[in-house]
Structure formats: C-alpha cells, structure tokens
Design a protein around this ligand. Sequence first.
Ligand SMILES: Nc1ncnc2c1ncn2[C@@H]1O[C@H](COP(=O)(O)OP(=O)(O)OP(=O)(O)O)[C@@H](O)[C@H]1O
Length: 195
Amino acid sequence: MGKIFYIMGKSSSGKDTIYERLLEDEAVGLRPIVLYTTRPIRRGEQEGREYHFVTPGRLEEWKREGKIIELRDYRTVHGIWSYFTADDGQIDLNSSSYLGIGTLESYNRMREYFGEGTMCPIYIEVEDGERLKRAIKREEKQEEPRYEELCRRFLADAADFSEENIRRAGIGKRFRNEVLESCLEEIREYLYELR
Ligand SMILES: Nc1ncnc2c1ncn2[C@@H]1O[C@H](COP(=O)(O)OP(=O)(O)OP(=O)(O)O)[C@@H](O)[C@H]1O
C-alpha cells in the first residue's frame, strides 16, 4: 500500500518550495495531491500546480455532493478563503504514494479518512525572524503586496501551530529549513526509511 507524505509548517517555512523539489525528483517517485483553494491566484502560480483555483460556488457544489475530505476556511482581510482536499479520484494508494501540503487540522482529518498507517508527517520549521523576512521578500514581488494578510497569517500561525497542537497531531520529527539543500536531504532519508 502506498503512503501519503504530508508537508506542514507555518507560513513561509518553505512548504511549497520543498513540495516542488521533492516532486520533481524522480528518484523520490511521489505523486502530487493538488489541493483546491478559493483564494486568488498569485503571480508566478499556475492552475493545477500549487493549487486548483476554484470559485466558492464550485466548493458549495462539492459540499452537497459529499466530495470534501477536509476543508479550512480563513477569514482574511479580503474575505473568506477556503483551502480543501477533494475526493476527486486523484488518490489511488494501491498504485502510488503521494505528497501533499496542509495544516495540522487537515492532517488530523486526513488521518481519520485514510488511517494512521497511511499518513506520514513532514513538519517544516524556520526561526520566526528569518521566516518573517522570507515572507516579506516573497510578498514584495507580488503585483499587489498584501502585507496586512501576511501579518494576520503570521499571528494566526502562532496559535494554529502551538506546541500543544503539534503534540496532539502526533508529530515527533521536525525538519529545519535553514539551508534548503540540507533540509531536502534529511527529508529524502526519512522518505526512504518509511517506504
Ligand atoms: N532554505 C531557504 N532559504 C531561503 N529562502 C527560502 C528557503 N526555503 C524557502 N525559501 C523562500 O522563502 C519563501 C517562502 O517559501 P514558500 O513559499 O515555499 O513557503 P510556504 O511554507 O509554502 O508558504 P505559504 O504557506 O505562506 O504559502 C519563498 O520565497 C522561498 O523561495
């Protein structure tokens, strides 16, 4: 049976960067779980790569059809943005292992849905000051930088990823993303151990 490796961490800890690097590595051999979101697409993002970008109407339709595995709503300064995993037929554990990105909350839901033995957490950490600098640098490159939203998320992360919540999700191992290449190497070792 395949496994689902699930990347988590606070905003700007490097989840997307690590996700992309692991996926493009053929020796790692993981398939993507592409999440859905109702937030607007950012510059440099591509439909179906970082996320599937859908309208709130589409989300409501899938809710009615019972296709939502896990869903998180964020009350942002631009309205509610939803991120969710949909049972859209993309996950077949008989033939593949997968790589996904999410929150502690969505990880817990995925564990309930797919079972404890299937889910393998990859928790990424970066020192807060460094993480904030990376977040600002990334935001500056946007056509319309959303600094208020950046601050809101930074503060919300402190509560969402409290030590208590990390412990409750059963996460022991953590990967520090100071130097990207070393962090990736450590994750690769962990992947080979568990597969
Ligand atoms: N080890 C690293 N050293 C320096 N910069 C990094 C490192 N890892 C990632 N970055 C940069 O930090 C920024 C945030 O990374 P990324 O977008 O991957 O984070 P994220 O966790 O996916 O964030 P979010 O949850 O907010 O989408 C990006 O501009 C990325 O290029």
